[in-house]
Write a protein that binds this ligand. Sequence first.
Ligand SMILES: Nc1ncnc2c1ncn2[C@@H]1O[C@H](COP(=O)(O)OP(=O)(O)OP(=O)(O)O)[C@@H](O)[C@H]1O
Ligand SMILES: [Zn+2]
Length: 736
Amino acid sequence: MNRLIADVLIPVAVDIAYSYAVPEHLGVAPGDFVVVPLGRRQAEGIVWDLRRGAADNLKLIQARLDLPPLAEDLRRFIDWVARWTLSPRGMVLRMAIRTPLQAPPEPPRLGVMRAGVLPARMTPARHRVLEALGDGLVLARKELAKKAACSPNVIDGLIDEGTLATTVLVDEPDSVREGISHGPTLEPDQAAAAVELTNQVRRQTFTVTLLEGVTGSGKTEVYFEAVASALETGGHALILLPEIALTAQFLDRFTTRFGERPGEWHSAVGPRRRARTWRAVAEGRIKVVVGARSALFLPFRDLRLIVVDEEHDSAYKQEDGVPYHARDMAVVRGQLSKSAVILASATPSIETRVNAEQGRYGHLRLHARHGGRVLPALSAIDLRKAGPSPGKWISPRLAQAMTETLARGEQSLLFLNRRGYAPLTLCRLCGHRFQCPHCTAWLVEHRFRKALVCHHCGHIEPVPEACPACGGLHHLTACGPGIERVAEEAAELFPNARTLVLSSDLPGGTARMRDELEAVAQGACDIVIGTQLVAKGHNFPLLSLVGVVDADISLANGDPRASERTFQILRQVTGRAGRFETQGQALIQTWQPEHPVIAALLSGDAERFYAEETEQRRRGGLPPFRRLAALIISAKEAAVAERHARALVQAAHAMPPNPAYLLARGAPGPDADGIVLLGPAPAPITVIRARHRFRLLIKAPRGADLQGFIRAVLAAAPPPRGDLRVSVDIDPQSFL
Ligand SMILES: Nc1ncnc2c1ncn2[C@@H]1O[C@H](COP(=O)(O)OP(=O)(O)OP(=O)(O)O)[C@@H](O)[C@H]1O
Ligand SMILES: [Zn+2]
């Protein structure tokens, strides 16, 4: 027997593709969407491979779905991501095809056209309707009403009389080309970078290039040239942005430049529109997508360019489900699709910087802001000497600068990367602190919501009148600042100024934030108080002063990337000042102005910062010099989790040696030549959602087969039982 057999991958938590016989009458090809029997139900899946063989006991594929097939490069990408993250292939496939499979059915769009007979009674409005339809035009009812400047009733009347007939409209084109406008005349180093990138796109081979340039140096204009050349040569492009939902400005800018709106892809886009976008991408009708990390799994037909803007941003790491880093996976997708990959940033990650320095990636640099605009003048305010009075957060010097900025009719931005009113609430009578009942975390007071909130699990409770421990009234005290508290202080200091708080947890969601960011750009407020979301990529023409309320917040939190992150976010946020006509200024409140990160920031000497930080990473045996993986072992009971974590370590040491992943012998120094296992240790946030967590950290030399090692350890250890869970995080970004 030599039947055609299809291995079908189903989007559930399994790694293997199941085999089915292909019925004689059904033509299927690899990549096709099919329906197959699975146990007692039916499932949808993708034909992963076709082969010939004995099919005696195999069930038959039941049907093929009318959806564009997944191309070879995307299927190999899914395989790759699954292997890299140690996730079941079905789960990765799920990310790629959830949208088309779950799309709610489209209601048919009806169009109206002439049917022949003239109406018994002609009116001016009816005349306009017939005129608008001309000879054989089909228009949607609404569109026709608009064109004929009449009420839809007029149209309905004509349909009733048989003068007009309805018909199902075929899909409208997804993008209307209005012609490409040219970008601005590029300055010499912008032009040189653009030439190099457009050449790469034209060559249609895999390349990766770091495009580095200070904020406002024109990186976007430069990579737009590369997008233009992908389009000109008939190819497609993907632009990844970290906070895409908030970047309406970016979409407008793209539209102005290219005369068509790009496909927009992120979680705030509704399921129906996403399904339409998915199909249009697969059919090549949408040529450019601007999206969040999940856009990497879209079925592009001819992907020639992937841009990862703000490549250093930690939002590119997906933490739940399949934990993957979209910047790194973009490079993989680029390799499989033979695309040019551009990683753009004013503050690249150490990883990408080292890759560029060692020649693995190309490196293009823009040295200055365009048009001779200068970067904002930076200075520190030493909180030990010139801080605000106790319980206040805006120092006199910062307040003075804000007064002057207001007087000039310009905007100030106060940056504090902490949501809510205060990070800790305590009772001054008995010392009781409000803690989350499910997590090892203090509850954060949110005054707008009149509640105490856990930032890890979302637990929320009203702020009580009395202390739950001692019953004392009026002694609950907010400790430390959050942006709501800074906003309160700003409003007291400047009662006549228009202040606005921007934070991701205010009611109204994405739509409201988009509006508010737009309002800031239009100059509708004087003082903006915001978290990191205001730091990223926005252009606020009137903004000339940035005040960093507490520069030290994120410096000492045990995360190996703490310095890098602080440097990046502070450079980004101070870079918001003075992007247009005004000269910018940034004041940085800090307790430790001599700290290397703050000093590097103030001196503007990014090179020194990168050199020192890279050296630290080398000495610490940290990425990119070694690779990291974390195993998080969690269970309802601490002892269960800890026991299993220890069993994993034991299993690792008891495994027969394998040259692909040797364990280091002796003390785990920075130059140990094998894999080093650290832990288990209780996670810094020991309990989340009532689960106790232990962490194991694995450091591997670059050449070692880290994934193979973890697979072997998991296989050698006893299988997890009951509510015990082991999750694998390759290249962890969060160490909590
Ligand atoms: N050669 C040029 N001629 C005219 N305007 C330019 C030129 N280059 C850049 N600009 C303008 O300067 C501003 C900043 O440029 P752009 O947004 O491309 O910089 P960027 O490096 O991407 O900034 P960021 O890192 O902050 O996102 C934009 O308004 C852009 O249109
Ligand atoms: Zn909690």
